[in-house]
Design a protein around this ligand. Structure first.
Ligand SMILES: Cc1cc2nc3c(=O)[nH]c(=O)nc-3n(C[C@H](O)[C@H](O)[C@H](O)COP(=O)(O)OP(=O)(O)OC[C@H]3O[C@@H](n4cnc5c(N)ncnc54)[C@H](O)[C@@H]3O)c2cc1C
Length: 292
């Protein structure tokens, strides 16, 4: 019998977990190494005194992406968790003790914008139209395409689209073209917290999130986001993925050798393929030889 190829995945955030189950389904022998004591990464949870808190994400967005993912395994999200469409969607609190409710009803939300800045309801329509184009272009031209090298990304077609996608303009500059009221700007820029970026640096491509938010809607999975984490872990387990927690991997460089060292209960691992799935900058630097 042909020996299965081994894949080691570093990090059990959504990216690592999702890749692990897919690779295991494709016949690889997959091990996920996670430095924390639980899966989920930024989507991990904290339990205390009978309460459970989502530590990062709490909104379930772009449900079609999850449907497409689970369909790869002949499953549906509802096989694992129950979703509730949030209406109203959420409340944003400002430092001056005021708040804005984002209702999920565009007419009402436009009225809220207009109450803070004259003409902003119309500008929101324009902003949303551009946001939709960015979302659809990103989904079709980037997200669901294999990128085996940078050349796959920097195609003539992508170069043409990049100006339209807003990859060269900072988010805050872009938002300021449409809205002057600081609260409206904050409302449209807050979602950069998902990426840990400042609106002054992040490309305005991420204004696509407003289409996701205001046009497509927000859901809540019963049991919180960890219900989704558990679902993907369960899926991986069914296909034989091994998950190792409290396992941190470091790259040690000496003059002669570059060596991967696993700080975990597992002593030796033969690494045929390493699937690097850690996108937190500090951890990345740590892995690349401890530079800070
Ligand atoms: C506060 C906050 C709120 C958010 N809210 C939402 C939301 O409501 N909705 C939404 O869709 N998205 C939200 N996001 C974004 C979403 O959480 C992230 O995009 C997603 O969880 C990232 O997953 P990931 O797998 O790419 O990375 P991560 O979740 O960061 O996973 C990386 C994993 O690698 C592990 N790791 C790091 N170094 C090592 C090492 N040396 N060895 C082994 N393992 C290692 C880490 O412990 C971690 O588990 C939010 C993000 C934040 C921070």
């Amino acid at each position: 019998m042909k020996k299965k190829q081994t894949v080691i995945i570093l990090g059990s955030g959504f990216g690592g977990l999702a890749a692990a189950a897919l690779l295991a389904k494709d016949g690889y022998q997959v091990t996920v190494l996670e430095k924390n004591e639980q899966p989920g990464g930024r989507a991990s949870s904290l339990e205390s005194d009978g309460f459970r808190f989502d530590m990062g994400p709490s909104w379930y967005m772009m449900p079609d992406v999850f449907e497409k993912y689970f369909a790869e395994f002949g499953k549906k999200p509802s096989d694992f968790y129950k979703l509730t469409h949030l209406l109203p969607q959420y409340r944003v609190f400002f430092g001056d003790q005021t708040h804005i409710d984002v209702t999920g009803n565009l007419k009402t939300d436009k009225a809220t914008f207009e109450s803070l800045e004259r003409g902003s309801a119309l500008n929101l329509d324009r902003y949303l139209a551009e946001s939709k184009v960015k979302y659809e272009t990103s989904m079709n031209s980037i997200l669901y395409r294999n990128m085996n090298s940078l050349l796959d990304l920097f195609t003539p077609a992508m170069a043409k689209k990049s100006a339209q996608l807003g990859v060269f303009q900072p988010m805050h500059q872009y938002v300021s073209r449409f809205f002057h009221h600081p609260k409206l700007q904050q409302l449209l820029e807050y979602n950069l917290v998902f990426l840990g970026c400042s609106p002054k640096n992040a490309p305005s491509l991420f204004s696509l999130m407003t289409h996701v938010d205001l046009n497509l809607g927000v859901w809540y999975p019963e049991g919180g986001i960890s219900a989704v984490v558990n679902a993907v872990v369960k899926l991986g387990t069914q296909y034989g993925v091994t998950y190792v927690y409290n396992a941190s991997l470091r790259l040690l460089q000496t003059k002669k050798h570059t060596q991967l060292t696993l700080l975990s209960p597992m002593r030796i691992i033969v690494l045929q393929k390493i699937f690097y799935q850690i996108n937190h900058c500090a951890h990345t630097l740590e892995i690349l030889g401890g530079r800070k």
